[in-house]
Design a protein around this ligand. Structure first.
Ligand code: TGC
Ligand code: FAD
Length: 392
């Protein structure tokens, strides 16, 4: 990886819409990524290893539970701060943002929102400090877009539950200390279960041979008659709405994150186009390259405003699931298109690990699938505006 010369684009002076606190938090995350992620991320991806040594740094910049109250170890920040941290992390790498998204929105959020006080006190401070890393088990081998059909189940054995089933494609699973797992009880109602590493019958095999999100560990969760203490069930919400509520928070963070990846690719391509000489001129002087760059900054700017507005609505607790879907879908597609255009601007250099572009592109091929595929988000918008359910 070459020296990180990143300069964040802000074409419409969006910084003026941010508070001093937002900017401080964003700049701290930006500096940390430049110092601690940029120098190591290419090698981590080539080796397909999550760089575990960065966990304390992630905790220090407030990336674990940014909006969880301070009394539980969180940073007590608003949703725009959360989004800005995700933007900066994904500017570095989607896999790093993934780890923070899962920890914050898919593990800390359900424990905070659906857990009782004992569970909050027991787990949240350790998750906020990075002493514990968590994962979130919703997807199953036969139930991805349709999680309501899950077959993972818990059986009431009077003094404990027995958990059986399997989850797959689970971020952080190979090294997670705890897993928030969604399973059906005997009445068919979905419950949240906290499973701890070391419980008998619980294994987390790693998924290999990924061409995408290589710096994020992905794996399965396998439950073979795992004895779950009754106090490990999240008591305050059940039904499919419980995990879907977590997804609202994670998808919101991804919407911001995708902008970070797009900003990085635009910045790299712009700099390269001014330095690369062909036919006696910098390629930035050719209209076709300018078209690419002009369209990139236009799309980034539109996404920045859409997402900032979503953050304002989220702070006011007015952001709807459908708005979040639209934003995640728009921004991830926008970022993917930009990675492809940026790769062309760099010619052959665009496919090398000397630049971040190809890595972002490969990563975003997962981001456009997880947390609801591109098409599922379109159908969520379709249902919202027409009232007609085209899922089933
Ligand atoms: P549907 O009938 O629409 O809803 C079932 C129940 O849930 C309620 N509900 C919500 N509640 C809270 N928040 C939301 N956002 C909610 N959306 C729906 C709904 O009111 C209903 O309640 P009730 O009381 O009537 O039962 O459910 P459906 O089965 O038709 O499915 C709808 C669909 C397809 C949109 C949904 O299931 C979906 O979003 N599918 C996509 C699956 C997905 O996104 N999986 C993500 C897995 S986690 C992940 O990918 C992590 S990657 C992280 C990383 O590494 O960064
Ligand atoms: P499927 O649901 O089989 O979909 C296949 C295709 O069919 C898609 O194009 C889809 O859009 C389309 N389709 C499905 N239903 C419809 C419909 N009704 N109408 C039209 N088209 C439809 N899950 C977790 O629970 N926790 C995690 O931490 C996690 N991390 C992940 C990390 C990575 C790297 C990846 C790749 C995935 C991760 N996932 C995780 C799983 C992810 O959420 C699912 O892959 C995703 O929800 C899609 O499910 P699927 O892959 O089974 O695709």
């Amino acid at each position: 990886m070459k020296q990180d010369l990143y300069q964040a684009p802000d074409y419409f002076k969006m910084d003026e819409l941010l508070t001093e606190e937002h900017k401080l938090i964003r700049d701290a995350a930006r500096e940390w990524v430049k110092r601690d992620i940029s120098p190591i991320i290419e090698e981590a991806c080539q080796k397909a290893e999550f760089p575990k040594h960065i966990i304390p740094g992630l905790a220090e910049i407030g990336a674990f539970g940014p909006y969880i109250p301070v009394k539980y170890g969180g940073a007590g920040l608003d949703n725009i701060s959360y989004g800005l941290i995700m933007q900066e992390l994904e500017r570095g790498d989607s896999g790093i943002r993934s780890t923070a998204s899962v920890q914050s929105s898919l593990v800390m959020y359900p424990i905070f929102k659906y857990g009782n006080e004992e569970q909050r006190v027991k787990y949240l401070p350790k998750l906020a400090s990075g002493e514990y890393i968590g994962c979130f088990g919703l997807t199953e081998p036969n139930h991805g877009s349709d999680p309501g059909g899950m077959t993972t189940n818990i059986k009431d054995m009077d003094d404990h539950f027995l958990l059986n089933g399997a989850k797959m494609w689970i971020s952080n699973s190979p090294f997670a200390d705890i897993a928030v797992v969604w399973a059906k009880n005997e009445e068919g109602r979905i419950k949240g279960v906290i499973v701890e590493r070391g419980m008998n019958g619980f294994t987390t095999p790693e998924t290999h041979n990924k061409w995408s999100l290589r710096a994020s560990a992905t794996g399965e969760l396998v439950f073979d008659n795992v004895k779950i203490p009754k106090e490990n069930i999240l008591p305050n919400k059940d039904g499919l709405g419980a995990p879907l509520g977590c997804l609202d928070s994670a998808r919101y963070g991804i919407a911001w994150g995708a902008i970070g990846a797009a900003m990085d690719c635009y910045d790299t391509a712009l700099r390269y186009s001014k330095e690369r000489i062909q036919f006696g001129k910098p390629i930035a002087a050719f209209q076709l390259q300018q078209k690419k760059l002009a369209e990139m900054i236009t799309e980034i700017t539109k996404a920045q405003f859409l997402t900032w507005r979503l953050g304002v609505l989220k702070n006011e607790e007015r952001a709807t699931t459908a708005q979040i879907s639209m934003c995640k879908r728009n921004n991830v597609e926008m970022a993917l298109k930009i990675t492809r255009e940026a790769r062309q601007i760099l010619g052959a250099m665009g496919i090398t690990g000397d630049y971040s572009i190809m890595r972002h592109m490969m990563n975003l091929e997962s981001v456009i699938i997880y947390e609801g595929t591109h098409d599922i988000h379109l159908l969520i918008t379709g249902l919202d505006i027409t009232g007609e359910n085209a899922f089933k």
